[in-house]
Structures are given as C-alpha cells and as structure tokens.
Design a protein around this ligand. Structure first.
Ligand SMILES: C[S@@+](CC[C@H](N)C(=O)[O-])C[C@H]1O[C@@H](n2cnc3c(N)ncnc32)[C@H](O)[C@@H]1O
Length: 238
C-alpha cells in the first residue's frame, strides 16, 4: 500500500509551497484538503486527481475530525497515492495527531511534509524579525481558540514574564478576553501588536495597534480571511 503524505500547503502563495509538496501534488491521485489551502495551490494538483474538501473553518460548517480520519484511511486503503494537504505547516495547530493515530491504527505508513507556517509568512510580509537580539529572546506560538471553544487556558503570567514575541493563531474571535488576560498578567497596554490577514496572498491586509486597542481595531476592520496576530517589542518599529 502506498504511503500517505501529510503535507503543508504553506500560507497561500503557491511559491511558498515546498518543492516536495509540489511534486507530491502533481503526482497525487487523491487529495484531501483544508479550506485554508489557497486556490492557486490547488491548481498544482494533477487534473485527474480526486479532490476532497474537508475544510474546517472556525464558525462555519465543517467536516468532523472523525469523518476526516475515516475518509483519509478509506482513501489510503484503495492503494491510490494520497496527499492530505493542510494549510501552513501541519505540525502547527493542524490536528495532525488525530490523523497520524488513525493511519497508525489502520497500519498505513505515512510521512509528514512540513510547510511554511502563518507566523513566518506574516513576519516576512512585515519585514519583521520575530526574535530580535536583546529585544525578543523567545517566540511563543499560541492559539486564541480553545479546543472546546472559548478562550484556551494558557499560563498567562509565564507568557507575560517571558517578554518574547507572541504569535497568536485563531486569535480574532476571543481577542477581547485574550487581551484582558494578558493585561491582568502585567503586559503593558502599549505593547505593539500587528494583525496580518491573508498573509502572502494578494488580498493581504495589515493592521497595527497597541494591545489595549487591537480588539476594537480588529472588530472595525471585519476581516474575512484568516488573521495572525504578532505581539511584542520586536514589532515596535513595524
Ligand atoms: C487551524 S490554524 C492552522 C495553522 C497552520 N497549520 C499554519 O501553520 O499556519 C488556522 C489559523 O492559522 C492562521 N493562518 C493560516 N493561514 C494564514 C494566513 N495566510 N494569514 C494569516 N493567518 C493565517 C490564522 O490564525 C488561522 O485562524
């Protein structure tokens, strides 16, 4: 049976796909993809391949994770060349564990192919370094959306104390609560925050505000695409 590839599609710009992912897509017979995978990336898939949209977008109808796992295993058992294509890097907020477990339990071999994550694409768009010497010695990749909805539980005090750059995925919906937690933990309301919507895509938008003002700024801008928030002193002059 052919090996399944769990591949990263990058942030949207097809030129940010790895050569390996592009080669796999060109030769795939079945591709199960997320809704965040850009249309230009989907164009690289072999025209005869079967495309299965298993999109999961916050707040919209989506395929349940168990169903995605079932489809993945079912596709692999046909013996066809299967690629599971996930937005960004599959190892970051990609529900990779569930799918690897399903494949493992079914005795199906797989390989993970990394991709460029949204935080890297957003930083590149801003021409910002997320780990500036003497300014930001750490980078914290966090989610702003709990597994059971609502704000996730983080060690807010530890994040505040570390003083590194925060890369906040899925942060728009519960941003007021998240900002409140950071402020209560001692983070300055003046901390620079930049929101990048649809990083790397032609419709990319950038919004700058301080921590206290970002929830209001985001709600006024009413983003329709995915938003990545970067916060920290490294964003000061951006
Ligand atoms: C389920 S997570 C998937 C993250 C993905 N695995 C990655 O490595 O980028 C989805 C979140 O990633 C962020 N995201 C993904 N693509 C993005 C893009 N092109 N621009 C801005 N944020 C993006 C948003 O915060 C979005 O809500």
């Amino acid at each position: 049976m052919a090996k399944v590839f769990l591949a990263g599609a990058g942030p949207g710009d097809p030129e940010l796909l790895t050569l390996k992912a592009a080669r796999l897509l060109a030769g795939a017979e079945v591709v199960l993809h997320d809704s965040l995978v850009g249309s230009e990336v989907l164009r690289l898939i072999h025209p005869d391949a079967e495309l299965i949209d298993v999109g999961k977008r916050c707040g919209q109808a989506s395929t349940a994770q168990a169903e995605i796992c079932r489809l993945l295993v079912e596709s692999a058992l046909t013996g066809k060349r299967v690629v599971r294509l996930k937005g960004g890097d599959p190892v970051i907020f990609g529900r990779l564990t569930e799918e690897m477990e399903a494949l493992h339990q079914a005795g199906i071999a797989f390989e993970v192919v990394p991709g460029i994550t949204a935080a890297s694409a957003a930083a590149a768009a801003l021409q910002a370094s997320l780990t500036q010497r003497r300014v930001a010695r750490s980078l914290h990749i966090i989610t702003g959306h709990g597994a059971e909805h609502g704000l996730p539980v983080h060690n807010w005090a530890a994040l505040a104390q570390a003083g590194g750059t925060l890369a906040i995925y899925m942060g728009s919906k519960y941003l007021p609560g998240l900002v409140e937690k950071l402020l209560s933990a001692g983070v300055s309301p003046e901390l620079p925050v930049v929101a990048v919507e649809a990083a790397s895509l032609p419709e990319q938008r950038v919004l700058r505000a301080n921590l206290a003002q970002m929830p209001e700024a985001i709600s006024r801008s009413a983003p329709s695409g995915p938003v990545l928030l970067l916060a920290g002193a490294a964003l000061e002059s951006i």
